[in-house]
Design a protein. Structure first.
Length: 170
């Protein structure tokens, strides 16, 4: 273990919390003002846009977002009411439900993407070098992996959703 003292480790955690709050607040404010969406709703739409055929099982969506199934249900309810997605029963297992991006939802994703990128550049990554970003990614992966929660698909939207490269326990 490195020689960082207890106070420095606490400082790292507090700084992470403050950074998350700052960026999340900026995203929420901008998305709400510009599109009437919360950050979590935008994440649902973004994750569906990256999924094959624009659809995910509700349980997979909850796992990817690291939220409860009831939280995903609440988010999907709101997005369904606005026409951004629809629910579909799985043909092979009528107990499973998919959240599927609609054409309107795809248009919303395309409209929000540059706004998300701008807010993240202004409030987060624009203040970091490429080396800083790589260091953060490495550190966050260690924390997630150490807690048995690393799953590359959560952080790497270009990966096919069915290709879960979970490294914990391997």
């Amino acid at each position: 273990m490195d020689a960082l003292t207890g106070p420095e480790r606490l400082q790292a955690w507090l700084t992470l919390v403050q950074t998350h709050t700052l960026v999340a607040r900026a995203l929420n404010d901008t998305l709400e003002r510009s599109f009437g969406l919360s950050r979590s709703q935008a994440e649902v739409l973004t994750r569906l846009s990256q999924a094959p055929e624009g659809r995910l099982r509700m349980s997979d969506l909850a796992r990817l977002m690291m939220v409860s199934k009831s939280e995903v249900t609440r988010l999907v309810d709101r997005l369904e009411q606005t026409g951004n997605l629809r629910r579909e029963l799985a043909a092979s297992d009528r107990r499973s439900t998919f959240a599927t991006l609609t054409e309107a939802g795809q248009r919303t994703v395309e409209a929000t993407r540059p706004v998300l990128q701008q807010v993240l550049a202004e409030r987060f990554v624009g203040h970091l070098t490429d080396a800083d970003v790589r260091d953060l990614l490495r550190g966050f992966k260690k924390v997630l992996d150490g807690n048995g929660e690393w799953d590359e698909i959560r952080s790497c939207p270009e990966s096919p959703v069915g290709d879960h490269r979970q490294t914990s326990g391997q």
